[in-house]
Design a protein around this ligand. Structure first.
Ligand code: SAM
Length: 391
């Protein structure tokens, strides 16, 4: 049983991970705290969200009145377009509806719309949700879903992991406000980094929870039992498996307070005297061989008075306040030449090999590199190059 599930999980591209209600709630709170009217009279599109599974849909239905929404649109992806391991059972509300069509329910996506108290029971809730089949399978790239995107003020979801780059392009092309879940690695993607650098997109709030990991609900049929943390049972007897995924972040262009909080920092001299990191205390900072910047391996060791460029870990984006810092670039293969990182050079590679280095590094690569305090050549992992903002 465990092996079958493991095999299935590998072939399903792990796109069927469902976000937990609490995680949605705590993230949305940050935007409401910043601006209580952020969603007032607005239309929200949830473009990868079947209310049977999606807590996004449940969450915004439950908060429709509180947030003063104008319209909620949730679209789902056709069961036949999903990995075949995902079994589909029409919900009761769907199968007793006169519109129910046995073929369409597998082939077509669906649209769910909430606008008003349709049944006049004095409140707007899931009973007022209207639904219909879409023309196509609900692919976010389809013309009909694009039209819904263009109608919306906000696009909010956890999109399929395997299509994140494409989904991101689809979002920015719409020029709408959005809040979506993605992997932390995406901050360095060519398609995404320029938006972060130019303060058109930033990270949300979840990094302080579970170190940026997120717990997801996954259907039984694709659950990788080795990774399952907990098994829950829903009211209707459906088993829900909970799994933990590391390095997950919200990507957004909606304002929140945390991105305006200043990182509290010590001067370079105080870091050398008092830093809690043995790599910095009594030593200081290393300068790269092939780029005019120092390496700062810990965010709390960024010197407050250093005027030049500093290479910091990617988690910097969790603390990035655009009033405090500017982003110069990053050291990925595609972007390092653009900002002038020089090839690592024969001399460095020779020293690296002499010191026992076994990584595949050649002289023409433009990885940031330095020689550490013990004379060992090193390349730090995935740096973002930043500067203090001049006021
Ligand atoms: C990571 S899951 C998240 C679902 C839901 N948004 C949530 O957070 O609970 C992504 C969903 O997108 C659906 N999906 C996959 N490819 C899609 C596409 N091309 N267009 C629309 N939805 C897609 C998957 O079937 C899956 O239900």
């Amino acid at each position: 049983m465990a092996n079958i599930n493991l095999k299935n999980a590998k072939s399903s591209k792990n796109d069927e991970f469902y976000t937990q209600y609490n995680d949605i709630q705590s993230e949305i709170n940050a935007y409401i705290d910043f601006n209580p009217n952020v969603f007032k009279d607005k239309t929200i599109l949830l473009p990868c969200d079947d209310p049977e599974w999606s807590n996004f849909t449940k969450f915004f239905i439950n908060n429709f009145e509180r947030y003063g929404l104008k319209k909620l649109i949730s679209t789902s992806y056709a069961p036949n377009s999903k990995p075949k391991e995902i079994s589909y059972q029409p919900t009761l509300f769907e199968s007793i509806d006169p519109r129910f069509d046995e073929n369409k329910t597998l082939e077509k996506g669906k649209i769910f719309v909430l606008t008003k108290d349709e049944n006049n029971d004095g409140k707007i809730d899931e009973k007022d949700l209207k639904w219909n089949y879409l023309e196509g399978d609900g692919d976010f790239r389809s013309e009909e879903v694009k039209l819904l995107r263009n109608e919306a003020d906000f696009i909010i979801t956890n999109p399929p992991f395997s299509l994140f780059r494409e989904f991101f392009n689809w979002l920015v092309e719409s020029e709408k406000q959005f809040l979506v879940i993605g992997n932390m690695n995406a901050v360095s993607y060519n398609e995404i980094f320029p938006y972060l650098r130019n303060n058109k997109v930033w990270l949300g709030n979840n990094c302080d929870k579970n170190g940026g990991a997120m717990f997801y609900e996954i259907p039984e049929s694709i659950a990788n039992l080795e990774q399952v943390r907990e098994v829950k049972e829903t009211k209707d007897g459906k088993k829900v498996y909970i799994t933990r995924v590391q390095g997950v972040r919200w990507f957004t262009n909606i304002e929140h307070g945390k991105r305006h909080e200043k990182l509290k920092l010590m001067t370079e001299a105080d870091n050398i005297k008092f830093s809690r990191h043995k790599e910095i205390k009594d030593k200081g900072y290393l300068h790269y061989n092939n780029f005019d910047a120092i390496d700062v391996p810990f965010l709390d060791a960024i010197p407050s008075d250093y005027k030049g460029v500093m290479g910091v870990p990617r988690s910097f984006f969790d603390k990035y306040n655009p009033e405090q810092f500017e982003i110069v670039g990053t050291d990925t293969k595609e972007q390092s030449a653009e900002i002038g990182i020089q090839p690592i050079g024969e001399e460095w590679v020779r020293k690296y090999k002499e010191a026992g280095g076994t990584g595949h590094i050649t002289a023409n690569m433009r990885n940031l590199s330095y020689i550490d305090f013990d004379g060992i050549p090193k390349t730090p992992y995935a740096r973002i190059l930043i500067k203090h903002k001049e006021n």
